[in-house]
Design a protein around this ligand. Structure first.
Ligand code: ADP
Ligand code: GLC
Length: 485
């Protein structure tokens, strides 16, 4: 089985969130079970610097009329997974993020940048002589790759089948209809039975509509997106495609996130006796973030993009009460400037008790996961969520809202013998306050605290199980009827 992973990020080459983690780890896990998985990723400057390039290039000409384009062959630096970087300097050789300028504004030509990625993926799928390798399945991720099957449809190509993975319905890839001429897609696709969405082009809808099969990153989110609450206006289409939609929980890269060997930790954390390792990491984190070292007080961590999805406003509302009840809080993240300002403001009132680091910091993310007693994940919605999985592995008890992948990966301590975290239901400050109160009580009961930590650390969230499920989906696509196009 040969599978081309088409993605806009892949750790450690480029990452803005969980998609990067997944696209870095899942192809390697698939290779471990015998799948010939390879990655196609834009040749951003960071990716060029970090990839191991073989020197072999495949010229592609100027497929979208936006500049000379070629493929650079290489491998991923840590897993050795084969990789093609899609090199088009006019599109990707820029300083800034993969989707935005440093100012936080989207690149105005994103439709071209990701149409090029999608078109080249479709070309690799259909042109046997492009390179010595042709995939049996194309597997694209999120709105950035939703046009892959639109190109295949436009060309009348029935194969290879395309699996569309949805990591987040909120990003619908919306652009004006005038882009269709510019990226070489027929206007006939601009229809309710196509990629039209309320008078705009939605590349997310294109992916869902034209793919042979659709996957998302947890069973609960697969159910939620078929309802108005999670479907972002595409719930009807997702209901229509329910027979081809699967929800497969993400795993974690158990090498990059291993509490025994993590180079970013001050001490390893041992499942047989987590407390000593946790204490050393907690002391280190408090020093690093300027938190008072005295006393035995629970430390709550938060590692997140600062966006409405993540319930950051709930943390802002809960913070004064947390400090008043004796907790300390360590926050890492970046994103929405309003949320950054709100956090800076509230945290600034409690020096020594709460601290926030605004920015992207892989090292600090690992240290918080290892050092905190509890990790806050109060998301309004969460397709899967990875930080709670890292927390469980690092003996940090997640405090999560019962939604999406959080509901599928964390059980509430009072709801059965296998509880691994604190789970609350409503995206309201009072509900989060209740959950924090429950965490404070648990913290004082050291025997139970230790037991819950150990339970979390013993869970298996490795990619192996999920990789097998993806292989099953690929198999059904290759063997079965090609429903679309
Ligand atoms: P999402 O993809 O919605 O952001 P996930 O929980 O799936 O949420 O994945 C987030 C990933 O990004 C995790 O690996 C987390 O550690 C990382 N992360 C988020 N914010 C930061 C940050 N400011 N610095 C470093 N890593 C971060
Ligand atoms: C998205 C989601 C997150 C998920 C990640 C990887 O960014 O917001 O819940 O874990 O993708 O699938």
């Amino acid at each position: 089985m040969k599978v081309l992973f088409v993605t806009s990020e892949a750790y450690p080459l480029v990452k803005t969130g969980g998609l990067g983690d997944v696209a870095g780890a899942l192809p390697a896990a698939l290779r471990d079970i015998g799948v010939d998985a390879r990655i196609l990723l834009p040749a951003y400057p960071d990716a060029m610097r970090r990839a191991r390039l073989t020197g072999k290039t495949v010229p592609l000409g100027n497929p979208l009329g936006v500049g000379e384009t070629r493929l650079l062959e290489g491998t991923m630096p840590d897993t050795g997974c084969p990789l093609w970087l899609l090199d088009c300097p006019a599109m990707y050789e820029r300083t800034g993020g993969p989707y935005m300028m440093y100012s936080g504004v989207d690149w105005p030509d994103n439709f071209r940048r990701f149409a090029l990625l999608s078109k080249v993926a479709a070309m690799i799928g259909t042109a046997g002589d492009l390179m010595d390798w042709r995939p049996d399945v194309l597997h694209g991720h999120d709105w950035q790759t939703g046009l892959v099957p639109a190109y295949l449809n436009a060309w009348g190509a029935r194969r290879p089948p395309f699996l569309f993975s949805i990591h987040n319905m909120e990003y619908r890839g919306l652009f004006g209809p005038e882009i269709l001429d510019l990226i070489g897609l027929p206007r006939s696709q601009f229809s309710i039975n196509g990629l039209e969405f309320h008078g705009l082009v939605s590349t997310l809808k294109a992916g869902i509509f034209y793919a042979q099969a659709v996957a998302t990153v947890s069973p609960s989110y697969a159910a939620e997106i078929k309802t108005p609450v999670g479907g972002q206006g595409l719930e009807g289409l997702l209901q229509a495609r329910a027979g081809d939609l699967s929800g497969i929980l993400n795993g974690i890269d158990s090498n990059a996130w291993n509490p025994q060997t993590d180079p970013y930790l001050a001490a390893p954390i041992d499942v047989a006796d987590p407390a000593p390792g946790k204490r050393i990491n907690k002391d280190m984190l408090k020093r690093r973030m300027g938190l008072d070292a005295d006393g035995d007080r629970p430390l709550f961590g938060l590692v997140s993009r600062f966006v409405a999805q993540k319930g950051i406003d709930l943390v802002v509302a809960a913070l004064p009460g947390m400090i008043a009840s004796g907790a300390q809080v360590a926050i890492l993240g970046a994103g929405d400037t309003g949320l950054e300002a709100a956090l800076n403001d509230i945290v600034g009132r409690y020096p020594g008790e709460a601290a926030v680091h605004v920015g992207y910091d892989e090292h600090l993310a690992h240290l918080i996961e290892g050092a905190a007693d509890f990790l806050l994940v109060p998301s309004r919605f969460e397709p899967c969520g990875l930080t709670q999985l890292y927390a469980l592995r690092y003996g940090t008890i997640p405090v999560v809202r019962r939604t999406g992948g959080l509901a599928d990966s964390v059980g509430h301590v009072d709801e059965g013998p296998n509880g691994t975290g604190i789970v609350f239901d409503h995206a309201l400050p009072d509900a989060l306050n209740w959950a924090i109160g429950r965490a404070m009580t648990l913290y004082r009961d050291k025997a139970t605290l230790n037991k819950v930590r150990q339970r979390g650390m013993s869970q298996d969230f490795s990619w192996k199980r999920s990789a097998k499920e993806y292989l099953r989906v690929y198999g059904s696509m290759v063997g079965g009827d090609v429903h679309r196009p």
